[in-house]
Design a protein around this ligand. Structure first.
Ligand code: GDP
Ligand code: MG
Length: 315
C-alpha cells in the first residue's frame, strides 16, 4: 500500500442515510439521480415505494448507503401505519437524515408531520429543497425562505436540487459525505443497490408459476426482471395510459418445461402473467404492463457464470 492509498483509507467516510419526505416529493427520483442508475421505482402516483430499498453511492471520499423509505403521510389505515413505522425505524437506524421538500409547492401538513417525527432525533439532519427546476429563479429565494422559517431550527442546512436534471446534487453529496462517520466501505464499490424491489417483483412471478403449474415445473425455475420502465405509455398519449412496464424472463432448464409454461396458444403464460400483474399493481400501487418471456438455459442453476454471461447476474 502506498502513502496515498493509506491517506485515502484513513479519511474515508461511510454510513447510512435515510431519505424521508412526504409522498411524491421526489425521493426515489433523487436516489436514481444520485447513484446514476435506476434502482428505485418512481411514479407520478404516490406510494410507489412500499418496501425499503438501499441504494449505494461510492465516491473516492465516501460511501453513501441510502435508504429510500416509503413516503411519510399521516396514517389513515393499517398500511399507512406500517409505512410510517418503517420510516420511523429507518430514521432511528441511520447516521444521517435527509429530508426532502418539494419546492414547487409551499410547506404543508405532510411536511409538518415529518418535522414532528424528527423531534428528539440525535443524528444530523439536513434538508433538500427538490424540484428546483419547477420554480422560477426570481421566486426561488422566497420559497426557500418559506421553508426555512417553517423549520424548528432555521439554521439547519438546506440545499436546493433537482432530481430530474441533477442540479445541486453534487453539492448535496459533498455535504452528506462530510457528515458521515469515518469508516470503511460497507458494500463493494461497484454495487449500486441491493434491489429488493426487483427481487420482490420477480418473486411475484415465480409465485404464480409455482401456483399455476404445480408439480409440473420443479422449483428450479428462476425469474429475472430485465427492465422496469415506469413511464411507459400504452396506446394514446394521455396520463391515463401511463403504466409501469415490466419485462421479465422466466428461466427453465428444459424445453418441455418451456412448453408447459407457455401452454396451448400461450394460455398458461397469460394466466401466470395476469395474476402476477395484479399482484404487482398492488405492490407498486399503479397500473402495470407486464411482458413475460420464457427461456431455456440448461443447467442454469449449476452455472452462475453461464447466468452472468447471459446478463443475468442479479439473482
Ligand atoms: P417519491 O414518492 O418521493 O419517491 O417521489 P418520486 O421520486 O416517485 O417522484 C414523484 C414525481 O415527481 C415523479 O413524477 C417524478 O418524475 C417527479 N419529480 C421528482 N423529482 C423531480 C424534480 O427534481 N423535478 C421535477 N420537475 N420533477 C420531479
Ligand atoms: Mg418513492
Amino acid at each position: 500500500m502506498n502513502k496515498h492509498e493509506h491517506f485515502a483509507k484513513k479519511d474515508f467516510r461511510s454510513g447510512f442515510i435515510a431519505l424521508i419526505g412526504r409522498p411524491n416529493v421526489g425521493k426515489s427520483t433523487l436516489v436514481n439521480q444520485l447513484v446514476g442508475e435506476k434502482v428505485s421505482i418512481t411514479s407520478p402516483v404516490a406510494q410507489t415505494t412500499r418496501n425499503r430499498l438501499r441504494a449505494i453511492l461510492t465516491t473516492p471520499k465516501a460511501q453513501l448507503v441510502i435508504v429510500d423509505t416509503p413516503g411519510i403521510h399521516k396514517p389513515h389505515h393499517l398500511l399507512g401505519k406500517r409505512l410510517v413505522q418503517s420510516a420511523r425505524g429507518s430514521i432511528a437506524e441511520v447516521d444521517l437524515v435527509v429530508v426532502i421538500f418539494d419546492a414547487s409547492s409551499p410547506p404543508g401538513k405532510g411536511d409538518a408531520f415529518i418535522i414532528e417525527l424528527l423531534k428528539g432525533q440525535k443524528n444530523p439532519v439536513l434538508f433538500a429543497l427538490n424540484k428546483s427546476d419547477l420554480v422560477e429563479n426570481s421566486y426561488f429565494e422566497a420559497r426557500e425562505k418559506e421553508y426555512r422559517s417553517f423549520l424548528p431550527n432555521p439554521s439547519w442546512p438546506m440545499f436546493s436540487c433537482s432530481a430530474i436534471n441533477g442540479n445541486g446534487c453534487n453539492q448535496l453529496v459533498e455535504h452528506i459525505s462530510g457528515l458521515l462517520p469515518l469508516g470503511p466501505h460497507l458494500y463493494p464499490s461497484n454495487m449500486v443497490s441491493d434491489q429488493p424491489e426487483k427481487i420482490l417483483l420477480a418473486e411475484l412471478i415465480r409465485e404464480q408459476v409455482l401456483f399455476n403449474t404445480r408439480e409440473e415445473i420443479p422449483h428450479s425455475v428462476a425469474v429475472v426482471i430485465d427492465r422496469v420502465d415506469e413511464n411507459f405509455v400504452k396506446g394514446g398519449k394521455s396520463s391515463q395510459n401511463l403504466r409501469t412496464a415490466i419485462l421479465a424472463t422466466v428461466l427453465v432448464e428444459r424445453k418441455t418445461q418451456k412448453g408447459i409454461l407457455i401452454g396451448k396458444g400461450g394460455s398458461m403464460l397469460k394466466v401466470i402473467g395476469s395474476a402476477a400483474r395484479i399482484q404487482m399493481q398492488k405492490l407498486i400501487n399503479g397500473p402495470v404492463h407486464l411482458e413475460l418471456f420464457v427461456k431455456v438455459v440448461p443447467n442454469w442453476r449449476k452455472s452462475p457464470s453461464r447466468l452472468a454471461e447471459l446478463g443475468y447476474d442479479g439473482q
